[in-house]
Design a protein around this ligand. Structure first.
Ligand SMILES: Cc1cc2nc3c(=O)[nH]c(=O)nc-3n(C[C@H](O)[C@H](O)[C@H](O)COP(=O)(O)OP(=O)(O)OC[C@H]3O[C@@H](n4cnc5c(N)ncnc54)[C@H](O)[C@@H]3O)c2cc1C
Ligand code: HEM
Length: 370
Protein backbone atom coordinates (compact mmCIF):
# COMPACT_ATOMS: atom_id res chain seq x y z
CA UNK A 1 0.00 0.00 0.00
CA UNK A 2 1.40 3.45 -0.88
CA UNK A 3 1.85 6.26 1.61
CA UNK A 4 -1.23 8.13 0.41
CA UNK A 5 -3.53 5.08 0.59
CA UNK A 6 -2.23 4.24 4.04
CA UNK A 7 -2.85 7.78 5.31
CA UNK A 8 -6.38 7.83 3.88
CA UNK A 9 -7.32 4.44 5.33
CA UNK A 10 -5.71 5.10 8.68
CA UNK A 11 -7.43 8.47 9.10
CA UNK A 12 -10.81 7.08 8.03
CA UNK A 13 -10.72 4.60 10.93
CA UNK A 14 -10.74 7.60 13.30
CA UNK A 15 -14.21 8.65 12.14
CA UNK A 16 -15.69 5.48 10.70
CA UNK A 17 -17.97 4.76 13.61
CA UNK A 18 -19.45 8.25 13.61
CA UNK A 19 -20.51 8.31 9.97
CA UNK A 20 -24.04 9.50 10.67
CA UNK A 21 -22.94 12.49 12.67
CA UNK A 22 -20.15 13.16 10.21
CA UNK A 23 -22.70 13.23 7.37
CA UNK A 24 -25.00 15.70 9.18
CA UNK A 25 -22.08 17.96 9.95
CA UNK A 26 -20.75 17.72 6.38
CA UNK A 27 -24.10 18.80 4.88
CA UNK A 28 -24.58 21.54 7.49
CA UNK A 29 -21.13 22.97 6.67
CA UNK A 30 -21.78 22.75 2.98
CA UNK A 31 -25.17 24.50 3.13
CA UNK A 32 -23.88 27.14 5.53
CA UNK A 33 -21.00 28.17 3.28
CA UNK A 34 -23.12 28.00 0.13
CA UNK A 35 -26.87 28.19 0.85
CA UNK A 36 -27.80 27.84 -2.86
CA UNK A 37 -26.47 24.30 -2.75
CA UNK A 38 -29.41 23.29 -0.54
CA UNK A 39 -31.76 23.68 -3.52
CA UNK A 40 -29.98 20.90 -5.37
CA UNK A 41 -30.75 18.32 -2.73
CA UNK A 42 -34.05 16.55 -2.07
CA UNK A 43 -36.38 17.99 0.56
CA UNK A 44 -36.11 14.89 2.72
CA UNK A 45 -32.53 13.87 3.10
CA UNK A 46 -33.09 10.80 5.30
CA UNK A 47 -32.62 7.93 2.80
CA UNK A 48 -30.07 9.91 0.90
CA UNK A 49 -28.08 11.43 3.64
CA UNK A 50 -25.03 9.27 3.47
CA UNK A 51 -25.01 8.85 -0.31
CA UNK A 52 -22.97 11.75 -1.61
CA UNK A 53 -20.61 11.56 1.35
CA UNK A 54 -20.32 7.77 0.97
CA UNK A 55 -19.60 8.15 -2.73
CA UNK A 56 -16.88 10.72 -2.12
CA UNK A 57 -15.24 8.63 0.57
CA UNK A 58 -15.25 5.52 -1.65
CA UNK A 59 -13.79 7.53 -4.52
CA UNK A 60 -11.12 9.09 -2.32
CA UNK A 61 -10.11 5.68 -0.97
CA UNK A 62 -9.74 4.42 -4.55
CA UNK A 63 -7.77 7.39 -5.81
CA UNK A 64 -4.73 5.24 -6.52
CA UNK A 65 -6.59 2.87 -8.81
CA UNK A 66 -7.08 5.31 -11.72
CA UNK A 67 -7.59 2.61 -14.34
CA UNK A 68 -10.72 1.42 -12.62
CA UNK A 69 -12.04 4.78 -11.59
CA UNK A 70 -11.09 7.38 -14.19
CA UNK A 71 -13.79 6.38 -16.63
CA UNK A 72 -16.34 6.10 -13.82
CA UNK A 73 -15.45 9.50 -12.39
CA UNK A 74 -15.46 11.20 -15.80
CA UNK A 75 -18.95 9.91 -16.49
CA UNK A 76 -20.04 10.87 -12.97
CA UNK A 77 -18.80 14.39 -13.73
CA UNK A 78 -20.80 14.40 -16.97
CA UNK A 79 -23.81 13.13 -15.00
CA UNK A 80 -23.37 15.90 -12.38
CA UNK A 81 -23.91 18.50 -15.09
CA UNK A 82 -27.59 17.89 -14.33
CA UNK A 83 -26.99 19.83 -11.08
CA UNK A 84 -25.14 22.64 -12.94
CA UNK A 85 -22.26 22.05 -10.53
CA UNK A 86 -19.46 24.60 -10.89
CA UNK A 87 -15.76 24.01 -10.13
CA UNK A 88 -16.13 26.42 -7.16
CA UNK A 89 -18.83 24.17 -5.72
CA UNK A 90 -16.44 21.25 -5.85
CA UNK A 91 -14.19 23.35 -3.61
CA UNK A 92 -17.06 24.03 -1.19
CA UNK A 93 -17.87 20.32 -0.95
CA UNK A 94 -14.18 19.44 -0.50
CA UNK A 95 -13.73 22.03 2.25
CA UNK A 96 -16.86 20.77 4.08
CA UNK A 97 -15.52 17.22 3.86
CA UNK A 98 -12.13 18.09 5.37
CA UNK A 99 -13.76 20.24 8.05
CA UNK A 100 -16.12 17.39 9.02
CA UNK A 101 -13.29 14.87 9.15
CA UNK A 102 -11.12 17.15 11.25
CA UNK A 103 -13.97 17.83 13.68
CA UNK A 104 -14.82 14.18 14.27
CA UNK A 105 -11.33 12.72 14.25
CA UNK A 106 -10.34 14.75 17.31
CA UNK A 107 -6.78 15.15 18.50
CA UNK A 108 -5.34 12.43 16.32
CA UNK A 109 -6.04 14.38 13.13
CA UNK A 110 -2.77 15.84 11.87
CA UNK A 111 -1.46 17.86 8.92
CA UNK A 112 -0.45 14.69 7.08
CA UNK A 113 -4.01 13.39 7.08
CA UNK A 114 -5.33 16.78 6.10
CA UNK A 115 -3.00 16.95 3.12
CA UNK A 116 -3.75 13.38 2.04
CA UNK A 117 -7.52 14.05 1.88
CA UNK A 118 -7.00 17.39 0.15
CA UNK A 119 -4.79 15.80 -2.52
CA UNK A 120 -7.06 12.82 -3.08
CA UNK A 121 -10.25 14.92 -3.23
CA UNK A 122 -8.58 17.40 -5.62
CA UNK A 123 -7.60 14.55 -7.97
CA UNK A 124 -11.14 13.16 -8.01
CA UNK A 125 -12.80 16.53 -8.43
CA UNK A 126 -10.41 17.29 -11.29
CA UNK A 127 -11.37 14.11 -13.13
CA UNK A 128 -15.08 14.85 -12.67
CA UNK A 129 -14.70 18.46 -13.77
CA UNK A 130 -12.77 17.39 -16.88
CA UNK A 131 -15.45 14.82 -17.67
CA UNK A 132 -18.08 17.55 -17.44
CA UNK A 133 -16.06 19.95 -19.59
CA UNK A 134 -15.71 17.35 -22.33
CA UNK A 135 -19.50 17.32 -22.58
CA UNK A 136 -19.88 21.10 -22.59
CA UNK A 137 -21.47 21.02 -26.07
CA UNK A 138 -24.30 18.80 -24.81
CA UNK A 139 -27.31 19.72 -22.70
CA UNK A 140 -26.86 19.28 -18.92
CA UNK A 141 -29.87 16.96 -19.03
CA UNK A 142 -32.42 15.82 -21.56
CA UNK A 143 -36.18 16.27 -21.34
CA UNK A 144 -37.87 13.09 -22.46
CA UNK A 145 -41.53 12.38 -23.09
CA UNK A 146 -43.10 9.16 -21.89
CA UNK A 147 -44.63 7.54 -24.98
CA UNK A 148 -45.80 4.23 -23.52
CA UNK A 149 -46.26 2.84 -20.05
CA UNK A 150 -47.15 -0.81 -19.65
CA UNK A 151 -47.67 -2.64 -16.37
CA UNK A 152 -46.19 -6.12 -16.78
CA UNK A 153 -46.83 -7.41 -13.25
CA UNK A 154 -47.89 -6.04 -9.87
CA UNK A 155 -44.51 -4.38 -9.36
CA UNK A 156 -43.00 -4.07 -12.82
CA UNK A 157 -43.57 -1.56 -15.60
CA UNK A 158 -41.94 -1.08 -18.99
CA UNK A 159 -41.71 2.55 -20.11
CA UNK A 160 -40.75 3.94 -23.48
CA UNK A 161 -39.51 7.52 -23.51
CA UNK A 162 -38.26 9.82 -26.25
CA UNK A 163 -35.66 12.50 -25.48
CA UNK A 164 -36.48 15.81 -27.17
CA UNK A 165 -32.83 16.29 -28.25
CA UNK A 166 -30.43 13.61 -29.55
CA UNK A 167 -28.98 11.55 -26.72
CA UNK A 168 -26.16 9.16 -27.59
CA UNK A 169 -25.49 6.09 -25.49
CA UNK A 170 -24.25 2.53 -25.82
CA UNK A 171 -26.22 -0.65 -25.23
CA UNK A 172 -25.65 -1.71 -21.61
CA UNK A 173 -25.43 1.82 -20.19
CA UNK A 174 -27.71 3.46 -17.62
CA UNK A 175 -29.12 6.94 -16.99
CA UNK A 176 -29.84 8.93 -13.89
CA UNK A 177 -33.45 10.10 -14.20
CA UNK A 178 -35.98 12.24 -12.41
CA UNK A 179 -39.77 12.38 -12.72
CA UNK A 180 -42.07 15.23 -11.77
CA UNK A 181 -43.76 13.21 -9.02
CA UNK A 182 -40.50 13.10 -7.04
CA UNK A 183 -38.64 16.30 -7.91
CA UNK A 184 -34.91 16.32 -7.22
CA UNK A 185 -34.78 12.60 -6.53
CA UNK A 186 -32.55 11.10 -9.18
CA UNK A 187 -32.13 7.33 -9.56
CA UNK A 188 -30.35 5.32 -12.22
CA UNK A 189 -32.08 2.94 -14.65
CA UNK A 190 -30.59 0.91 -17.47
CA UNK A 191 -31.67 1.41 -21.06
CA UNK A 192 -33.32 -1.82 -22.23
CA UNK A 193 -32.56 -1.32 -25.93
CA UNK A 194 -29.69 -0.56 -28.26
CA UNK A 195 -29.85 2.98 -29.72
CA UNK A 196 -32.73 3.36 -32.21
CA UNK A 197 -33.21 5.66 -35.18
CA UNK A 198 -36.16 7.40 -33.51
CA UNK A 199 -34.09 7.94 -30.32
CA UNK A 200 -36.63 6.25 -28.04
CA UNK A 201 -35.42 4.40 -24.96
CA UNK A 202 -37.12 1.63 -22.94
CA UNK A 203 -36.77 1.25 -19.18
CA UNK A 204 -37.79 -1.77 -17.11
CA UNK A 205 -38.63 -0.69 -13.58
CA UNK A 206 -39.51 -2.71 -10.52
CA UNK A 207 -41.01 -0.80 -7.61
CA UNK A 208 -39.18 -1.72 -4.44
CA UNK A 209 -40.75 -1.63 -0.97
CA UNK A 210 -40.96 1.97 0.13
CA UNK A 211 -38.99 3.17 -2.90
CA UNK A 212 -39.73 6.77 -3.81
CA UNK A 213 -38.78 6.90 -7.45
CA UNK A 214 -39.44 3.33 -8.54
CA UNK A 215 -42.99 3.45 -7.09
CA UNK A 216 -43.71 6.67 -8.98
CA UNK A 217 -42.32 5.24 -12.22
CA UNK A 218 -44.41 2.07 -11.91
CA UNK A 219 -47.63 3.44 -10.41
CA UNK A 220 -47.99 7.12 -11.34
CA UNK A 221 -46.13 7.98 -14.52
CA UNK A 222 -48.29 8.04 -17.65
CA UNK A 223 -47.84 8.67 -21.37
CA UNK A 224 -47.39 12.39 -21.94
CA UNK A 225 -45.42 12.92 -18.70
CA UNK A 226 -41.95 14.41 -19.02
CA UNK A 227 -38.86 12.94 -17.37
CA UNK A 228 -35.36 14.35 -17.13
CA UNK A 229 -32.42 12.13 -18.09
CA UNK A 230 -28.77 12.87 -17.34
CA UNK A 231 -25.76 11.77 -19.41
CA UNK A 232 -25.33 7.99 -19.82
CA UNK A 233 -22.98 6.10 -17.53
CA UNK A 234 -21.64 2.58 -17.18
CA UNK A 235 -19.11 0.33 -18.84
CA UNK A 236 -21.09 -2.92 -19.19
CA UNK A 237 -20.86 -2.68 -22.97
CA UNK A 238 -19.91 -5.16 -25.69
CA UNK A 239 -16.33 -5.52 -26.78
CA UNK A 240 -16.73 -5.94 -30.51
CA UNK A 241 -13.18 -7.26 -30.83
CA UNK A 242 -13.88 -10.26 -28.63
CA UNK A 243 -14.64 -13.49 -30.46
CA UNK A 244 -15.60 -15.42 -27.33
CA UNK A 245 -19.08 -16.79 -26.79
CA UNK A 246 -21.21 -14.89 -24.30
CA UNK A 247 -23.15 -15.74 -21.16
CA UNK A 248 -25.68 -13.23 -19.81
CA UNK A 249 -27.09 -13.61 -16.32
CA UNK A 250 -30.10 -11.40 -15.57
CA UNK A 251 -32.17 -11.27 -12.38
CA UNK A 252 -35.57 -9.53 -12.56
CA UNK A 253 -35.36 -6.08 -14.14
CA UNK A 254 -31.61 -6.75 -14.41
CA UNK A 255 -32.76 -7.99 -17.80
CA UNK A 256 -32.91 -4.39 -19.07
CA UNK A 257 -29.21 -3.89 -19.97
CA UNK A 258 -28.91 -7.53 -21.07
CA UNK A 259 -31.75 -7.04 -23.53
CA UNK A 260 -29.98 -3.96 -24.86
CA UNK A 261 -26.80 -5.99 -25.41
CA UNK A 262 -28.74 -8.76 -27.19
CA UNK A 263 -30.38 -6.16 -29.40
CA UNK A 264 -26.98 -4.77 -30.33
CA UNK A 265 -25.76 -8.29 -31.11
CA UNK A 266 -28.74 -8.88 -33.44
CA UNK A 267 -27.31 -6.09 -35.61
CA UNK A 268 -24.00 -7.73 -36.37
CA UNK A 269 -23.44 -11.07 -34.65
CA UNK A 270 -23.17 -14.27 -36.66
CA UNK A 271 -20.41 -16.16 -34.94
CA UNK A 272 -20.78 -15.91 -31.17
CA UNK A 273 -23.12 -18.18 -29.21
CA UNK A 274 -25.08 -16.20 -26.64
CA UNK A 275 -26.62 -17.95 -23.61
CA UNK A 276 -29.06 -15.96 -21.51
CA UNK A 277 -30.02 -17.06 -17.99
CA UNK A 278 -33.05 -15.09 -16.86
CA UNK A 279 -34.21 -15.58 -13.29
CA UNK A 280 -36.92 -14.35 -10.96
CA UNK A 281 -38.74 -15.47 -7.88
CA UNK A 282 -41.83 -16.72 -9.75
CA UNK A 283 -43.10 -16.90 -13.31
CA UNK A 284 -45.09 -13.61 -13.04
CA UNK A 285 -41.82 -11.80 -12.53
CA UNK A 286 -40.40 -13.19 -15.78
CA UNK A 287 -42.17 -10.22 -17.31
CA UNK A 288 -40.27 -10.19 -20.62
CA UNK A 289 -39.86 -13.89 -21.34
CA UNK A 290 -42.17 -13.90 -24.41
CA UNK A 291 -40.07 -11.18 -26.07
CA UNK A 292 -36.85 -13.04 -25.26
CA UNK A 293 -38.26 -16.28 -26.66
CA UNK A 294 -39.22 -14.47 -29.86
CA UNK A 295 -35.64 -13.24 -30.22
CA UNK A 296 -34.30 -16.76 -29.59
CA UNK A 297 -36.61 -18.08 -32.34
CA UNK A 298 -35.27 -15.51 -34.81
CA UNK A 299 -31.55 -15.80 -34.03
CA UNK A 300 -30.04 -19.29 -33.98
CA UNK A 301 -27.03 -18.15 -31.91
CA UNK A 302 -29.27 -17.13 -29.00
CA UNK A 303 -30.56 -19.46 -26.28
CA UNK A 304 -32.64 -18.49 -23.26
CA UNK A 305 -32.92 -20.42 -20.00
CA UNK A 306 -35.58 -19.07 -17.60
CA UNK A 307 -35.33 -19.98 -13.93
CA UNK A 308 -37.49 -19.48 -10.83
CA UNK A 309 -36.27 -19.64 -7.27
CA UNK A 310 -39.68 -19.90 -5.52
CA UNK A 311 -42.17 -21.31 -8.03
CA UNK A 312 -42.11 -25.05 -7.66
CA UNK A 313 -44.56 -25.83 -10.52
CA UNK A 314 -42.58 -23.72 -12.95
CA UNK A 315 -41.81 -25.64 -16.09
CA UNK A 316 -38.17 -24.63 -16.35
CA UNK A 317 -35.08 -24.43 -14.21
CA UNK A 318 -35.54 -24.25 -10.44
CA UNK A 319 -33.17 -22.51 -8.05
CA UNK A 320 -31.11 -19.38 -7.68
CA UNK A 321 -29.48 -18.09 -10.84
CA UNK A 322 -25.95 -18.85 -9.72
CA UNK A 323 -26.86 -22.50 -9.15
CA UNK A 324 -28.56 -22.74 -12.53
CA UNK A 325 -25.61 -21.14 -14.34
CA UNK A 326 -23.27 -23.59 -12.59
CA UNK A 327 -25.34 -26.56 -13.83
CA UNK A 328 -24.79 -25.53 -17.46
CA UNK A 329 -21.00 -24.90 -17.22
CA UNK A 330 -18.05 -25.10 -17.63
CA UNK A 331 -17.66 -21.53 -18.80
CA UNK A 332 -13.94 -20.73 -18.68
CA UNK A 333 -13.81 -19.42 -22.25
CA UNK A 334 -16.82 -17.10 -22.19
CA UNK A 335 -17.43 -13.39 -21.77
CA UNK A 336 -19.93 -12.74 -18.97
CA UNK A 337 -22.49 -10.00 -18.37
CA UNK A 338 -24.25 -10.09 -15.00
CA UNK A 339 -27.01 -7.73 -13.91
CA UNK A 340 -29.56 -7.64 -11.09
CA UNK A 341 -29.94 -7.13 -7.34
CA UNK A 342 -26.78 -6.97 -5.20
CA UNK A 343 -27.34 -10.44 -3.61
CA UNK A 344 -27.90 -12.03 -7.03
CA UNK A 345 -24.80 -10.39 -8.53
CA UNK A 346 -22.73 -11.26 -5.47
CA UNK A 347 -23.70 -14.96 -5.52
CA UNK A 348 -23.15 -15.18 -9.28
CA UNK A 349 -19.68 -13.61 -9.04
CA UNK A 350 -18.82 -16.05 -6.26
CA UNK A 351 -19.95 -19.04 -8.34
CA UNK A 352 -18.07 -17.82 -11.41
CA UNK A 353 -14.91 -17.44 -9.34
CA UNK A 354 -15.36 -21.01 -8.09
CA UNK A 355 -15.78 -22.12 -11.71
CA UNK A 356 -12.52 -20.38 -12.55
CA UNK A 357 -13.95 -17.82 -14.93
CA UNK A 358 -11.27 -15.08 -15.14
CA UNK A 359 -12.54 -11.90 -13.43
CA UNK A 360 -11.43 -9.75 -16.37
CA UNK A 361 -14.01 -11.48 -18.59
CA UNK A 362 -16.91 -10.56 -16.31
CA UNK A 363 -18.75 -7.26 -16.61
CA UNK A 364 -21.51 -6.56 -14.13
CA UNK A 365 -23.93 -3.97 -12.79
CA UNK A 366 -25.48 -4.44 -9.37
CA UNK A 367 -28.68 -2.47 -8.73
CA UNK A 368 -27.33 -1.16 -5.41
CA UNK A 369 -24.24 -1.43 -3.21
CA UNK A 370 -22.50 -4.76 -3.57
C1 LIG B 1 -26.23 0.67 -12.23
C2 LIG B 1 -27.67 0.55 -11.79
C3 LIG B 1 -28.66 0.27 -12.71
C4 LIG B 1 -29.99 0.11 -12.29
N1 LIG B 1 -30.93 -0.21 -13.22
C5 LIG B 1 -32.20 -0.46 -12.82
C6 LIG B 1 -33.19 -0.89 -13.76
O1 LIG B 1 -32.95 -1.01 -14.97
N2 LIG B 1 -34.43 -1.19 -13.30
C7 LIG B 1 -34.76 -1.07 -11.96
O2 LIG B 1 -35.90 -1.38 -11.59
N3 LIG B 1 -33.83 -0.62 -11.04
C8 LIG B 1 -32.58 -0.31 -11.45
N4 LIG B 1 -31.66 0.13 -10.53
C9 LIG B 1 -32.09 0.42 -9.14
C10 LIG B 1 -32.60 1.90 -9.05
O3 LIG B 1 -31.53 2.77 -9.32
C11 LIG B 1 -33.14 2.28 -7.66
O4 LIG B 1 -32.17 2.01 -6.69
C12 LIG B 1 -34.41 1.56 -7.29
O5 LIG B 1 -35.40 1.77 -8.28
C13 LIG B 1 -34.92 2.03 -5.93
O6 LIG B 1 -35.14 3.44 -5.95
P1 LIG B 1 -36.29 4.12 -5.11
O7 LIG B 1 -36.16 5.58 -5.19
O8 LIG B 1 -37.60 3.54 -5.51
O9 LIG B 1 -35.95 3.60 -3.64
P2 LIG B 1 -35.26 4.44 -2.45
O10 LIG B 1 -36.19 5.54 -2.07
O11 LIG B 1 -33.89 4.80 -2.89
O12 LIG B 1 -35.20 3.36 -1.36
C14 LIG B 1 -36.31 3.14 -0.49
C15 LIG B 1 -36.07 1.94 0.38
O13 LIG B 1 -36.04 0.77 -0.43
C16 LIG B 1 -34.85 0.06 -0.20
N5 LIG B 1 -34.41 -0.49 -1.47
C17 LIG B 1 -33.74 0.15 -2.46
N6 LIG B 1 -33.53 -0.69 -3.50
C18 LIG B 1 -34.07 -1.88 -3.13
C19 LIG B 1 -34.17 -3.13 -3.76
N7 LIG B 1 -33.65 -3.33 -4.99
N8 LIG B 1 -34.80 -4.13 -3.12
C20 LIG B 1 -35.32 -3.94 -1.88
N9 LIG B 1 -35.26 -2.78 -1.23
C21 LIG B 1 -34.63 -1.76 -1.83
C22 LIG B 1 -33.86 1.08 0.32
O14 LIG B 1 -32.88 0.50 1.15
C23 LIG B 1 -34.74 2.01 1.11
O15 LIG B 1 -34.95 1.53 2.40
C24 LIG B 1 -30.33 0.29 -10.93
C25 LIG B 1 -29.33 0.62 -10.01
C26 LIG B 1 -28.02 0.75 -10.41
C27 LIG B 1 -26.96 1.10 -9.40
C1 HEM C 1 -15.54 14.35 -5.78
C2 HEM C 1 -16.71 14.83 -5.75
C3 HEM C 1 -18.02 14.10 -5.87
C4 HEM C 1 -18.33 12.78 -5.97
C5 HEM C 1 -17.39 11.57 -5.99
C6 HEM C 1 -19.78 12.68 -6.07
C7 HEM C 1 -20.49 11.51 -6.22
C8 HEM C 1 -21.86 11.40 -6.19
C9 HEM C 1 -22.60 10.18 -6.37
C10 HEM C 1 -22.02 8.81 -6.71
C11 HEM C 1 -23.91 10.47 -6.19
C12 HEM C 1 -25.09 9.51 -6.30
C13 HEM C 1 -25.46 8.97 -4.98
C14 HEM C 1 -26.63 8.03 -5.12
O1 HEM C 1 -27.72 8.49 -5.49
O2 HEM C 1 -26.44 6.84 -4.86
C15 HEM C 1 -24.00 11.88 -5.92
C16 HEM C 1 -25.16 12.57 -5.70
C17 HEM C 1 -25.23 13.92 -5.62
N1 HEM C 1 -24.21 14.80 -5.77
FE1 HEM C 1 -22.29 14.38 -6.00
N2 HEM C 1 -20.31 13.94 -6.04
C18 HEM C 1 -19.27 14.83 -5.90
C19 HEM C 1 -19.36 16.18 -5.83
C20 HEM C 1 -20.53 16.88 -5.84
C21 HEM C 1 -20.61 18.31 -5.84
C22 HEM C 1 -19.44 19.28 -5.85
C23 HEM C 1 -21.94 18.60 -5.83
C24 HEM C 1 -22.51 19.98 -5.88
C25 HEM C 1 -23.00 20.62 -5.13
C26 HEM C 1 -22.69 17.36 -5.80
C27 HEM C 1 -24.05 17.23 -5.73
C28 HEM C 1 -24.72 16.07 -5.64
C29 HEM C 1 -26.16 15.97 -5.41
C30 HEM C 1 -27.11 17.15 -5.25
C31 HEM C 1 -26.47 14.63 -5.38
C32 HEM C 1 -27.85 14.02 -5.15
C33 HEM C 1 -27.89 13.58 -3.72
C34 HEM C 1 -29.22 13.16 -3.28
O3 HEM C 1 -30.07 12.81 -4.10
O4 HEM C 1 -29.36 13.20 -2.05
N3 HEM C 1 -21.79 16.34 -5.83
N4 HEM C 1 -22.73 12.42 -5.92
Amino acid sequence: MSGLSRLLKESWTLVEEQQDKLASYFYARMFLSNPQLRDLFPVQMDVQRARLLGAIVTAVQSVEDPERFDEYLSSLGRDHRKFHVTPEQYDVVGAALIEALRTFAGDEWGPEYDQAWRDAYAAIAQTMIKGAENDADKPPYWHAEVLFHERRSRDIAVLTVRPLAPLEFRAGQYFSLECRYQPRLWRVYSAANAPRKDGSIDFHVRSVGAGWVSSALVRRVQPGDMLRLAAPMGSMVLDRRSTRDIVCVAGGTGLAPIKALIEELTRYNRTRWVHVFYGARDRDDLYDLPALNRLANSYPWLSVVPACSDDFDFNGEQGNLNEVVARYGPWQDHDFFVSGSPPMVRSTLRTLAEMQVPAMRIKYDAFGDL
